[in-house]
Structure formats: C-alpha cells, structure tokens
Write a protein that binds this ligand. Structure first.
Ligand code: ZN
Ligand code: ZN
Length: 389
C-alpha cells in the first residue's frame, strides 16, 4: 500500500518536471524571437535614467557588463541600484575599471568578488576597493605571495574592510536577483590557483547566469557533483575559453544559450582554444567575445536576455604566440601534460621532461618544477618553442 502511494507521488513529481521543462522551453523560444526586436533598445542604454530615477539600470532589469579588460576578467552586475563586481582585470586596468564604474553612476559596490589570486583577475581590484564603498569583499581562500595579491589586501586593510570566504551553497541578494556559491572552498586542488576560483550562479526571474572564474576540469567536475541542475541561459566560459576548462560534460550540463569569452586580442595563451570553439559550434551556442567585440552588455527583464551587440560568428580560436613567432593552435599540444616541467634558470624557458632541449641543458641551469605552465609564465618563464609545453 505504502509502496503504491510513493509510486503515485513519484509519478506526479515526474509529470511536474516534464511540465516544468516544457514551460521553460517555451520561454527560451520566446526570448530568442524577441532578441532582434529589442536589440536596438539596449544599445547605448546603460546610462539611461528610468522613471524611478535609477541611474544605472532600468527598474526591473538586471544588467551584466562583460568589461573588456584585454586578457583578464571583469564583470559588473547591476540590479535595482545595487552593483557587484566580479574580478577587476590586470594590474594596469584598475583605473580603467574605476572610470567605467563611475560612468555608470556607481559609487558603491555591494559585492566585490576576487575569484582567485591570479593577476588577470584581482590585478585591478586594489584600485576599485580603494575608490569605491564596498560592502562585502568575497575572496577565495587560496592566496599568492605576489605584489598583486598584497596590494589587494593592503587596500582592504586601508579601508578597514573584512574579507568573506564564501562557502558552497551560500546565497546572496543583489537587488531582486540572487546568487548562489557553487564552489566548495574546502576542496584541495594543490598548487592550482585556477581551481580555487569562486563560482556563482546568478538568477533573475527566469534568467540565469553562470560564472566560474578560471576553474578547470577538476573544479567543473566538483561543481557537477554538487549540483545536478546548473543549467544557465548565459555562461561566461571558464578560464577565458581555455580547453583546460569547458569540458564537454560541463558544457552539456550548463547547456547555455549564450556564452561570453573574456580574453585579450592575440593573447599569448591562444585563448579561446579551438577545441572549445568547436564544441560551442557543434552545440549551436551563441558566442560573444571581448577580444572581438569589446565590452558586452547583457540585459535581462527576468524573462528575456538581450545584448548590446550581435553574437560573434568568426568561431576563431586564439593563436599561441611564443617568442614573437606565431605558432598555430595545435590540438596535440593542448593535451594535458601531467609530468613536471624542467626549467632553464638561465634562459628562463620551461620544457617538458622529454624535450631534447633538456639533454643539452647544463646541470647548474636545470631545475625541476611541479608548477603548472600558467604559474611558470607568471613567474617570468616562457614555454619552449620545440616541445610547446
Ligand atoms: Zn584568468
Ligand atoms: Zn587564473
């Protein structure tokens, strides 16, 4: 008897889920058909004042500004006169970001998130934290012994702010929008700073936006193991469109209608990688990218996401540049290298252990490193042009 009633309840739940899915589908279809009609309305609309006198966004709207900071990340989100900033670009972008925010009429940031301590994310945050009234500073627990990181901490201390280390499942509100922390700060990723990135899923009405910083495959898998439903309308691709992130499994679970790539024109990492671009193309996902389109603004009224420009249609992968000579992206070279790198302390090059350059290296210049390539580049090393580590 009991079993029967459980079965009936299950049947209702499944029916409800099916119904829910079909309703969502309708919404999505509607939003697509409305995209082109309302596009003109949004263009240049970020400074308009609505009837309630709100300066930087219309009433009942959420705006997400993917600010073009070259190679790096910087996203401004506004809703009902509240604003938050996720990352602040490289060290030299602080003042640029400050000006951008001021142009939007922003004096106060309810949240500043530094996803992880890499300089292309937190570099400009010292200026932002110093210049704006910041209510909540959310940082990853992963720290880095760099000048960049120290500058951010000094700014926080100078203003007497506290640091919050957000936990998996923490929920915050921004105007009428809410965002949930989808990454677990207690996960151990060893030396890989990217994987400690704070990830959030932002929901406004029926629209959702996903941000994962530079989280790589391991971090993506952990998000998937914690959340069965992370489907989002808009996904800012992980790690600037690198193939170390944006796995097929993760992209399928997110199943975005739109993706945004924040990367610099002709960046040295070859972001976005061809593998990822091919995946997006096969999925029929629309792509926006700051290297081609500059700053991109998405606006949601709770049902429909409209954009400040049309999607990119180039499907172009970045080109990896080594020593000013351009090496075209090679899928083979992108295969994850799991061994240690061999550093040449004198030439400041790093190699795979199997590279023939290692044999001819003098013993006193040789050093074995367990750091990943991104870290080594940050430390001033450049990848060997032969083994392409
Ligand atoms: Zn990055
Ligand atoms: Zn990073």
């Amino acid at each position: 008897m009991r079993r029967k009633s459980i079965l009936i309840i299950m049947l209702f739940i499944i029916l409800g889920m099916l119904l829910g899915c079909s309703i969502n589908k309708n919404n999505e279809d509607n939003s697509y058909s409305q995209l082109n009609e309302s596009e003109d309305l949004i263009l240049g609309g970020s400074n308009e004042t609505d009837s309630a006198g709100n300066l930087y966004e219309g009433a009942g709207r959420l705006q997400v500004h993917f600010i073009d900071v070259g190679q790096g990340d910087c996203t401004l989100i506004t809703c009902k006169n509240e604003a938050m900033l996720i990352d602040g670009g490289e060290n030299d972008m602080g003042t640029y970001v400050q000006n951008y925010l001021q142009k939007q009429g922003i004096t106060k940031l309810k949240y500043v998130i530094g996803t992880h301590p890499d300089s292309d994310h937190i570099g400009g945050l010292d200026v932002v934290i110093y210049k704006f009234e910041c209510t909540n500073i959310l940082l990853s627990e992963c720290t880095k012994a760099t000048r960049t990181y120290e500058d951010v901490i000094s700014s926080i201390n100078a203003k007497g702010y506290n640091i919050t280390y957000p936990k998996l499942g923490d929920v915050y509100t921004l105007g009428d929008a809410i965002f949930t922390v989808i990454t677990d700060k207690d996960n151990d990723y060893g030396e890989n700073a990217n994987n400690y990135s704070i990830g959030i899923r932002l929901v406004y009405g029926n629209n959702s936006f996903l941000f994962t910083g530079d989280g790589e495959e391991k971090a993506e898998n952990d998000i998937l193991s914690n959340y069965t439903d992370i489907k989002s309308d808009v996904y800012k691709l992980g790690h600037h469109g690198s193939s170390t992130s944006n796995t097929e499994a993760f992209l399928n679970a997110v199943s975005p209608e739109y993706t945004v790539i924040s990367c610099g024109e002709a960046n040295e990492y070859g972001h976005p990688h061809a593998e990822v671009m091919n995946r997006l193309r096969a999925m029929g996902v629309k792509v926006f990218r700051t290297d081609e389109q500059g700053t991109i603004i998405a606006t949601s009224d709770g049902n429909t996401v409209t954009w400040s420009c049309s999607p990119s249609e180039t499907w172009k992968a970045g080109e990896r540049t080594v020593n000013s000579e351009t090496l075209y992206y090679d899928e083979q070279a992108e295969d994850e290298y799991s061994g240690n790198y061999i550093l040449n302390k004198s030439s400041k090059k790093f190699h795979k252990a199997s590279c023939e350059g290692v044999n001819s290296m003098s013993e006193k210049n040789k050093e074995i490193s367990s750091l990943d390539s991104e870290k080594l580049i940050e430390k001033g090393y450049s990848p060997c042009g032969l083994c392409n580590p």
